[in-house]
Design a protein. Structure first.
Length: 703
């Protein structure tokens, strides 16, 4: 918020957030499809990049760099789910380092020491620093925070110095990438011929009638698809049927759901604790000792919402009373005791639009004031405040409609606070308010409140007891111990009444099995330890035990017939249906006749303003081939041949066509093409370099 009076001085540790952001910038959001063919039997090898072997140790070092950045940023150790994301960042960072290093050297791109100094303490501070070292009162970069931090490095320990050196390296790497991307982007150029074609596609209009015959107009039973048909189709369209390392896994789930006895035990315990909470005189101590929930004793400041499970169950909340137990949406039981209610520091809520004037001369400030007054007048005449805030606001609140949330008077500079808290009703304040930060338009959304509560909460989780868990494990362990292969897996599951769940085409890097989350250990077993037909030991997942059977495992490359069967069958069947449709309408000369050949399924449509640049035919869907054929017609009344699209067969008749007129200057179209190409260049080059680097990823064997 732009008005908080005290600047929170940031320590060097807070700079850690920058590393995470820079790593995201350097690697982008593009995760490679894994190639996990293990080369040379080297168990210490996690992959290859540009012919260079990446060892487990090198990869782990990079993970530790990213992990340290995360810890510096958040002040905590990442969870396993977060570690998955950090490992991906580390891998992508290695790819960038290996792939782009030679490119930079060949082009002579460098970042000099002088340039780096300018980036971290000169006139051109990098955006990552500017975004993190912000004065909370102004919402703008605060150089004093940066100076304080840099001066603190003189007395900092070796770990913090090393960490800052890592930041500087990331800054330099990011600058090299920017230089490289800009060099490529500025090399794009569109010719006049390209601009002319773009103009033609954007401005050529056709009026067309069309008949659409969907493939389902031919029953599946009327078409025979043989394995020979499928093999032929797959052979001709191998690019459609590429697969990564994958496995077909089936498994049985042994749920660890709380039993009726478990539920009764929790209810009994929460009921007992509720009675004790009611009787105790030390609410806070009792709640903190006995609750499994977060914030067991909390102060609710004016304007803050009380717990939903309390307010939805109790109409009149009284001090000293105990309420509950209630069941929550998180499958927990909770009881509350209202320890006290009192008048605290008044807090109110408002929104504002800041027109900044920091560093401006009087003439410029006067111009800003005129602009602010004009916007205020527009709001008074009906312009939505939130819309105006998002358009004109110059601080961080603009993106949320200017909302400042609930605040106390002392949180704000005097001029703003006095006017806001003096307001007797909600709504727009009729005059601008000037502070040292600029001019403010203020909209009061909630009048000051003082009502403050202290509430103790006892919360117990409704989960499976040890008895329930042991019973589920006993069943899973017995099933695994008596099952040695795929045949026994099916037979034993049927005998015990267990449901077998199929998970086909599981990627080597997958983390879930269908809706079974955090099943990475099962998948690692399938790709590392198991052979086809193997049955696993018992795996413990979040809320269940799982026993798995590896049905099949596939290497990266072209799909087998069985892998491609489902997709290829649809394609081949539709091709044969399309041929039957074409045969049935052969010799028909009007769209009505064609429609009547399939009276229940075919549909007629008209598109009076079809554009050459379109790829969608109204009433039909994605139909680029049909649109191309339509604009290939020369004369009104001409009809296209039957056109096979993904959804069916289309025949169109041209009513009229309005060609794009010639214009004197195609520069705007050339510029549009150049701009679009420039925006894609960095991504396309990255993909091309990664492809040339022949990245091989074997990490699934380790993580």
């Amino acid at each position: 918020m732009a008005l908080i009076k005290k600047i929170r001085q940031r320590t060097g540790l807070a700079i850690g957030v920058i590393a995470v952001g820079l790593i995201f910038f350097l690697v982008g959001g593009d995760i490679l499809s894994p190639n996990s063919t293990l080369l040379g039997g080297n168990s210490n090898k996690v992959g290859e990049i540009a012919g260079e072997s990446i060892s487990y140790e090198e990869y782990v070092r990079k993970i530790e760099e990213v992990k340290r950045a995360f810890q510096q940023n958040t002040g905590r150790t990442p969870s396993e789910g977060e570690m998955y994301s950090l490992r991906e960042q580390a891998w992508q960072a290695l790819i960038v380092e290996k792939v782009f290093k030679n490119q930079y050297e060949e082009l002579g791109l460098t970042v000099s020491d002088e340039e780096l100094v300018d980036m971290v303490q000169g006139q051109n501070i990098v955006a990552e620093l500017r975004q993190q070292l912000v004065n909370p009162q102004t919402g703008e970069f605060d150089r004093t925070q940066l100076i304080t931090f840099l001066q603190s490095l003189e007395d900092a320990g070796p770990e913090q110095r090393a960490f800052w050196a890592q930041q500087e390296k990331l800054f330099a790497d990011a600058r090299l990438r920017i230089k490289y991307d800009n060099l490529l982007a500025t090399s794009d150029y569109a010719t006049k011929a390209e601009g002319k074609l773009q103009h033609k596609m954007a401005n050529s209009i056709a009026d067309v009638d069309h008949v659409f015959i969907p493939f389902y107009s031919i029953p599946d039973t009327d078409v025979e698809v043989t394995d020979s048909d499928l093999k032929s189709y797959i052979s001709k369209h191998q690019e459609k049927f590429k697969v990564s390392n994958a496995a077909d896994i089936e498994y049985v789930v042994f749920e660890m759901q709380p039993s009726g006895e478990d539920s009764a035990a929790v209810i009994s315990e929460i009921t007992k604790l509720t009675g004790e909470l009611r009787a105790t005189e030390t609410d806070s101590v009792f709640a903190m000792r006995n609750s499994e929930g977060d914030n067991p004793f909390r102060t609710y400041l004016p304007g803050e919402n009380l717990p939903e499970s309390l307010t939805t169950n109790v109409d009149n909340i009284e001090v000293g009373q105990t309420y509950g137990p209630f069941i929550t949406s998180r499958s927990t039981y909770v009881s509350y005791k209202v320890s006290s209610k009192f008048d605290g520091t008044p807090r109110m809520r408002a929104s504002h639009i800041l027109f900044g004037t920091n560093g401006l001369e009087d003439d410029a400030k006067a111009e800003v004031r005129l602009n602010a007054e004009a916007v205020l007048k527009d709001i008074q005449e009906g312009l939505n405040f939130a819309t105006a805030a998002s358009q004109y606001g110059q601080d961080g609140t603009a993106q949320r409609g200017g909302d400042l949330g609930w605040f106390a008077k002392e949180d704000f500079v005097a001029e703003f606070a006095e006017v806001s808290f003096a307001t007797k009703s909600t709504g727009l304040i009729s005059n601008l308010v000037e502070t040292e930060y600029g001019y403010h338009i203020i909209n009061v959304t909630e009048l000051p409140k003082t009502e403050t509560y202290k509430i103790a909460a006892i919360e117990l989780e409704l989960g499976p007891s040890d008895v329930t868990r042991n019973d589920a494990f006993r069943k899973a362990d017995s099933f695994a111990a008596n099952t040695g292969n795929s045949n026994e897996f099916k037979a034993n599951a049927e005998a015990e009444g267990y449901r077998i769940v199929q998970a086909n085409g599981v990627d080597a890097f997958a983390r879930n099995l269908n809706n079974q989350a955090n099943a990475r250990e099962v998948i690692r077993w399938a790709f590392n330890d198991a052979s086809e037909g193997s049955v696993s030991q018992v795996f413990e997942l979040d809320n269940s035990y799982v026993v798995a059977n590896l049905k099949a495992k596939y290497e990266e490359g072209n799909a087998t017939l069985e892998q491609a069967r489902a997709q290829a069958t649809v394609q081949v069947r539709n091709e044969k249906k399309g041929a039957k449709i074409v045969e049935k309408i052969k010799g028909l000369t009007t769209l009505d006749e064609i429609k009547n050949a399939f009276p229940d399924a075919a549909s007629l449509g008209n598109s009076p303003d079809l554009n050459l640049s379109s790829s969608v035919l109204p009433g039909v869907g994605f139909a680029p081939k049909a649109i191309g054929a339509i604009f290939g017609l020369q004369n009104a009344g001409e009809m296209t041949k039957p056109i096979h699209e993904d959804v069916g067969v289309i025949v169109a008749k041209l009513n009229s066509i309005t060609p794009a007129s010639e214009i004197a200057d195609y520069n705007s179209y050339q510029n549009q093409i150049t701009q679009n190409n420039s925006q894609r260049t960095a991504y396309m080059i990255m993909m091309a370099l990664e492809d040339l680097a022949d990245v091989k990823d074997f990490r699934y064997k380790f993580f």
